[in-house]
Design a protein around this ligand. Structure first.
Ligand SMILES: Cc1cc2nc3c(=O)[nH]c(=O)nc-3n(C[C@H](O)[C@H](O)[C@H](O)COP(=O)(O)O)c2cc1C
Length: 299
């Protein structure tokens, strides 16, 4: 694979910034609501953001110095003054309005009004919640870590979560947030966003205590299959054991399989059939077909 190798020191910050945004992506969006010391509301999106601890619950986002003029942002100023922020999740229904709130309005302008959001009083902190947001987290700021003093430098804003409010209609019967119902968006590079619901969502069940056999224990004929993708081989590597010889003999008597064995390209045909079985969710059968191919055709 041809690779582009980048030395961060050799690139203008604006270009480096875009490589980082494109590679560390998609990012969740913290829609940060703060007040200045006079009580004027401020609202702005921040996608250098994530959760870092559940006990205690801690969220971190980064407010960067502007690349063009090295200025710091209102959210950071307000947090330095008050030590409080409400972090609101952003879903698809509010995506376009959220982008409006990222405009560099002067400090006294209220982005709730500019972007058409509804302020909702918080329980434990002074900044407002965004009523339209499906998950609103009231936070006290624990620490601010300054990462540099030039344009593009971040300030990590480390937030203790004091209270969480979740729209009831995004919670399922197991008391878990349903990703399709909450319908969050993520920020990518440039003007790209991703909507995390519908076909964009994939389910991967991977028990972490069962010792899966792993790639290294698969025969080379499976690891190097010209037909299976890495994801498909991983389904076989995730099994805790490979099928035993007796079950392979039974499988070779299966009418569909025995027809394939008569073909000249039996190895490829078995791998193709295994691939179809993986797509259909029949991983044990796929493993059997692949082991059969191994026992019959591998040198
Ligand atoms: C989706 C999105 C994510 C953003 N993420 C960040 C970020 O992580 N850090 C940052 O400094 N600016 C980020 N910005 C830009 C700020 O929102 C923008 O500079 C805004 O005017 C800051 O507002 P404030 O001065 O009221 O804090 C983002 C903008 C958008 C639209």
């Amino acid at each position: 694979m041809k690779t582009r190798t980048i030395d961060p020191k050799q690139l203008p910050v604006k270009d480096l910034h875009q490589y980082i945004l494109g590679a560390v992506s998609p990012r969740p969006i913290a829609f940060a609501s703060t007040l200045d010391r006079e009580g004027n509301p401020n609202l702005a999106p921040y996608s250098f953001f994530n959760a870092f601890s559940s006990n205690p619950p801690v969220l971190v986002f980064s407010s960067n110095r502007k690349v063009k003029d090295n200025q710091t942002k209102d959210t950071l100023h307000n947090i330095r003054e008050t030590g409080e922020v409400v972090i609101n999740a952003v879903n698809f229904a509010m995506m376009r309005q959220m982008a409006l709130a990222s405009i560099e309005y002067p400090a006294h302008i209220d982005e709730f009004i500019k972007a058409g959001f509804t302020p909702l009083a918080s329980d434990l902190v002074k900044p407002f919640r965004v009523a339209e947001s499906p998950a609103q987290m009231e936070c006290k700021v624990k620490d601010i870590i300054t990462l540099g003093d030039e344009g593009g430098a971040g300030h990590l804003i480390i937030c203790d979560v004091l209270r969480i409010h979740i729209h009831e209609d995004v919670i399922d019967e197991q008391n878990r947030i349903d990703p399709h119902r909450i319908d969050l968006v993520g920020r990518m590079g440039r003007a790209y966003y991703v909507r995390a619901s519908g076909p964009a969502i994939h389910t991967v069940f991977q028990p972490v205590t069962d010792m899966a056999i792993g790639f290294d224990q698969l025969p080379a004929s499976i690891r190097q299959s010209p037909i299976l993708t890495g994801n498909e081989i991983a389904e076989i590597a995730a099994l805790t054991e490979l099928p035993v010889t007796a079950s392979l003999e039974l499988l070779s008597l299966d009418l569909e399989v025995s027809k394939l064995l008569e073909q000249e390209e039996g190895y490829s045909a078995l791998h193709q059939m295994a691939r179809n079985a993986i797509t259909a969710g029949s991983i044990d059968r796929a493993a059997g077909l692949l082991m059969l191919a191994d026992s019959l055709y591998a040198q």
